[in-house]
Design a protein. Sequence first.
Length: 169
Amino acid sequence: MTAMALGLEAAERLGALMQRVGFALWQLQELENTAAGYIVVRLRDARGVGVNQGAVISAEVEKLPLGKLVGELAKAGVIDPALASRLKAALDERNWLVHRSRREHRGVLSDPAAYTGLSMRLDALADDALTLNKELARTMEEYVVNSGVSRDFIDGEAERLARAWGVLD
């Protein structure tokens, strides 16, 4: 195999790896957004403060890093301890991805076993973040419904947001 062919293969592996990194970060950002929303709804008691003040509260909470959000949810006891533990594990994986993954995986493009292992870890992180996001969203929805908000209203808002985000036509 020529050096150029080897270079192209490495570039393709790098491209696929970066897609996995990006997708994992995307899923983690969605989880972070849901955690911030739950804190606003459950712990900041933004009910009845009006749209403008509610937006201010949301903006403040959305600036918090995932670690602070997870810590606040766990400390307040508004999530199941098992969910809190899983969120902390996802946070550890997020921190590895953002702060150490590249340093710890130098040469991965030329080592098939290491490449496969890293790819699997990134895929697992993305899958776990998605699963945790869904579970936390269900927890938040249960709280909101138990607070008197109708499921019809929630479903309508979900559809409105999905259309605004281009998920639905």
